[in-house]
Design a protein. Structure first.
Length: 107
């Protein structure tokens, strides 16, 4: 599982070049609120907790299929809970090997 693009700036940063670099990366679409998860199937209903540092209980999590197998299984999974720093995905496990999803956590 991978998360974000590693954007970080110290809250006390005073260098405008470093501040501008982070702002430019945000404008270009980079964010620490994204990641990739691959679900492992064993033929039964299961769940996985995803570490997502930007998530909070009021966040909305969106999943997008990254593979053809994942697209066919979209109706058998959902985000069951969102907490500070993580969210949980519940899914009906499948014998399909490549259930990879992009995720986005906003709010």
């Amino acid at each position: 599982m991978t998360t974000g693009s590693g954007l970080y700036i110290n809250p006390t940063e005073k260098d405008p070049i470093k501040q501008n670099t982070i702002m430019r990366q945000l404008i270009e679409g980079r964010s620490n609120a994204v990641g990739i998860i691959t679900l492992v199937g064993n033929g039964s209903t299961t769940s996985v907790t995803v570490k997502a540092i930007n998530c909070s209980p009021s966040s909305a999590v969106f999943l997008f299929p990254a593979t053809a197998d994942a697209a066919t299984e979209m109706t058998s999974l959902y985000v069951s809970s969102v907490a500070k720093g993580s969210f949980t995905v519940v899914y009906q496990a499948s014998p399909k090997a490549d259930l990879t999803y992009f995720w986005l956590c906003l709010g």
